[in-house]
Design a protein around this ligand. Structure first.
Ligand SMILES: *[C@@H]1O[C@H](CO)[C@@H](O)[C@H](O)[C@H]1NC(C)=O
Ligand SMILES: *[C@@H]1O[C@H](CO)[C@@H](O)[C@H](O)[C@H]1NC(C)=O
Length: 338
């Protein structure tokens, strides 16, 4: 016959055992998720130790993503994408790369050619207009600045000439080394524009393909200059209205804070932050619009491949009532002039 105390102990141990079990189930779930993720993203580790370490980082990231998604009522979702086994520091070092250091460049124009634009469409997608090449992948090299500058040039070239030509980031990475640009360690789009002006052109992606690492500037590979620009201009700072006037006319290079957890794991919807204005990443605004739930957004092309975000794109909230725009998107915007 069981005494009351026995029943009590039985209950206690029963609860402890099921707690332990559910923890194990959770761990198993994470291990399985990690295995699936490794297959999806073709990830292999060099040792058991490395795998163990990556599993732990993956676990932390996955827990963050799940708690965010279960937090309810957000206009966007996160997912364990290709960056899910990296720490925040590793991610920043390898995949961003907008740097503010260096001297102001030479041919920066103080005029704003779109200042008198008054009629802009209520929404616009330069992809539909044929002015945007497929999403590219910067890989493990902090040269987002080259991808951003190239996308803006590809845009204006298509708008002016009718030809959409994929242009060379590698040429910029290897040859645009003035003004504080430091290859895979970061740079600025205005320096890249400056280089293209001085060099009187840029060649195709095909002639001078992307290598994911900085090499010596190759004058042979860039002989076939297919496009050039005459100058570049800055969008008046912290002015989303001004930015709108430009985007209504052509794709625009922008710097943003692109290293937060929410930005890194963004998988779709209108991104509303968390996001400050510590500019760390460069992307290209290729349109704008208003979502079904009534949020205004900027349509932004990233250089993290098509598995990130909305097939490589993100919609960042527009008119968010934040100085400089959400993620600082209106702080350092620039565009090439042809
Ligand atoms: C979700 O948030 C939006 C805007 O922040 C608000 O208008 C709406 O009422 C919220 N919905 C729920 C179910 O809380
Ligand atoms: C805009 O309009 C003003 C007033 O008419 C004029 O002075 C200015 O030059 C115009 N700006 C551009 C870029 O055309």
């Amino acid at each position: 016959m069981m005494s009351l105390i026995h029943v009590f102990l039985f209950l206690i141990f029963g609860t402890l055992a099921s707690l332990a079990m559910s923890r194990t189930i959770h761990e198993t779930f994470i291990v399985d998720k990690h295995e699936e993720w490794m297959v999806d993203y073709n990830r292999k580790y060099e040792s058991k130790l490395e795998k163990e370490k990556r599993l732990n980082i993956f676990k932390e990231n996955l827990e963050y993503i799940e708690s965010f998604n279960n937090g309810g009522n957000r206009s966007f979702k996160l997912s364990p994408n290709e960056f899910a086994d990296m720490t925040q520091d590793e991610f920043i070092a390898a995949h961003t790369g907008y740097k503010m250091q260096g001297n102001p460049t030479l041919s920066e124009s103080t005029s704003f050619m779109y200042e008198n634009v008054s009629d802009v469409p209520t929404n616009l997608d330069w992809r539909v207009q044929g002015a945007v090449t497929p999403v590219k992948f910067q890989g493990q090299c902090g040269c987002c600045w080259a991808f951003s500058a190239v996308a803006a040039i590809e845009g204006i070239v298509q708008i002016k000439t009718g030809s959409l030509i994929s242009l060379s980031e590698q040429q910029l990475l290897d040859c645009s080394t003035d003004g504080g640009n430091r290859g895979c360690d970061g740079g600025r789009m205005v320096n890249a524009f400056e280089y293209v002006i001085r060099n009187q052109g840029i060649t195709t992606e095909e002639s001078y393909p992307y290598q994911e690492t900085q090499e010596t500037c190759d004058t042979e590979k860039q002989i076939n200059k297919v496009a050039t620009i005459n100058e570049y201009q800055m969008v008046p700072e912290n002015d989303e209205e001004a930015l709108l006037k430009v985007v209504a006319s052509q794709p625009v290079s922008v710097a943003i804070e692109g290293h937060g957890q929410d930005f890194r794991f963004y998988s779709g919807g209108v991104f509303t932050g968390d996001c400050g204005n510590a500019l760390s990443h460069a992307v290209t605004v290729v349109g704008y619009g208003t979502s079904e739930e009534g949020l205004n957004y900027w349509l932004v092309k990233n250089s993290w491949g098509e598995t990130w975000g909305e097939k490589g794109y993100i919609r960042i909230q527009r008119d968010a009532n934040t100085p400089g725009g959400l993620c600082g998107i209106a702080m350092k915007a620039s565009y090439p002039v042809m």
